[in-house]
Design a protein around this ligand. Structure first.
Ligand SMILES: [Zn+2]
Length: 85
């Protein structure tokens, strides 16, 4: 009844995938709430990690939020560059 090939993720990993990193400095909710600001600061080359502490750590441990971060950053960055004059 055990899985000999070990291809299944352990319960612990599954749980972590659902709930986010085990000791997050931000929850996904907090991360999401601060994401706009964090991305704007990043694009403006401000000290984003100081202004939004814990965000970098959360993104490093949470693929879902990292994905959101990347798409938002790409969106806003493209906006900055392509603003027609
Ligand atoms: Zn998250």
């Amino acid at each position: 009844m055990t899985e000999p090939n070990g291809s299944r993720r352990s319960d612990e990993e599954m749980l972590e995938g659902l709930l986010g990193p085990s000791d997050p400095e931000l929850s996904c909710e907090e991360c999401f709430a601060a994401l706009d600001r964090y991305v704007e600061l990043t694009i403006a080359a401000e000290a984003a990690d100081e202004r939004v502490p814990g965000m970098r750590a959360h993104l490093a441990g949470c693929p879902a939020c990292a994905e959101d971060y990347r798409s938002l950053r790409d969106l806003l960055a493209a906006d900055e560059v392509e603003t027609p004059r």
